[in-house]
Design a protein around this ligand. Sequence first.
Ligand code: ZN
Length: 470
Amino acid sequence: MAELEGSDKKVILSAEAYKTIILYSTRYANSSIPKEQWREIYGILIGTSDENSVIIDRAEPMTYGESTDVELGPEHYGFISEIQDKLDSEGNNRYMVGWFHSHPGLGLFYSYVDIINQISFQAPNPDFVGLVFDHTFLLDKKKNPNHPGFDIYRLNDPQMNPDDSNFENNYHKVDFEIIGLNEFFFANILTELSAYAASGLPLQTAYNEDPSHAPRITTTEKQTAEIMEEAKEIMTGISQVKETDLISIPTSKQQTEPKIQQLEQLKYEGKLAFLSGDSITGTEKYDTVISSLEELGDEYSEKLLDVLQDVSELCYENNHDTLTIKYCNLLKDIGEKYGNLFYMANADLFIGNIILRKGDKQKGMETLQNAAILFEKAQDYAGVGQINHQIGHSYLEYRDFESVCRFYLEAIKAYNQAIHKFHPQRKSYWALPSTLQRTIGELKEQISRLVEEVQSSEARDYIKNSLTQI
Ligand SMILES: [Zn+2]
């Protein structure tokens, strides 16, 4: 055995980062997708460190993945350096402390390629860790009781030559703790997961009829009880694996964790109320969560924005226009306060659609175009594509085929970008690479059909030419 070299700092993983890893990994690999289509996902772990620990605050996913490990290439490193620049500009002493990827159904280990990938990170930064996640470990409770679904690794010797006969064993597990877990945390994750699974198919509805309107999620009381039961089981299992020692964690968050657990419970109850059609109880619960998070201050701003986005969407889907606008205005104000363009864009998307629904075409379109600009600045290309797609579609009704084609071309460009990079805050199931690819194909077909209806021959040539270049 090679001797351990360099860092032996343990890892403290925040529940938020864990949630991102679970949700993104299972979006590309879950029981509603045939196993041969499961894909790996990759991402970056961000945080800080002290003498004894590496603390992971959050996870930033990127989509480049295949069904087996891939060596990180220029597109990954491009993404990584963008994240690095963003962290530098934020200047709150957060940096890349690790990377993660998923092994859907493949098991937990480092492959030859994983070791190669880790060398470039760990050689300059001995604390750097790699997390491997396999969702089947989390869900198969008989085979892998009490397992959180991942392991964390470091290389024994980042300088070892890849030709060395022991190279494939050149890594070891790193001790870790997860902080901020509770059963409602898992209940919220499982509700989201079952929503993906339930809404995974009717993409035509999402795109062609009313692209802004996601299929309605319905949860029966029985499913709710099952979700809660499963959440409790996972939670009990994991807490047995790693006893969380909050005292040792160098963050001010420890005093507020019980409060957060309470809020997660309220959020869960609020969501269930909405899903069962009781929006009065739903808004009451969400309002309590919102005002409590506001009181907790800046540190919980991401959580607050996430909750506001959630309740805006629930109100929108239930056609409560006044409430949607109220929450969207708050979402926009708070998004602006914390410089979060993604949530500001979402607020405009909902508001724009409501204005359109009420019949004010011009103002509705302006608001949507503003949302597209914000999505573009936030680098959420799925959002940019969605809006261009929607605007293009609305020109069909005026038989303005040139505008339809031009907006569809813009949508294709944005969807292409979104295939390679998705926004960590985007939850929409329709933004999966395979779905985007299919949608691009459909848009191309529509453009080649509609372009023949365009009057100006110059515009026709331009559109046809652009179509061949995409
Ligand atoms: Zn791997």
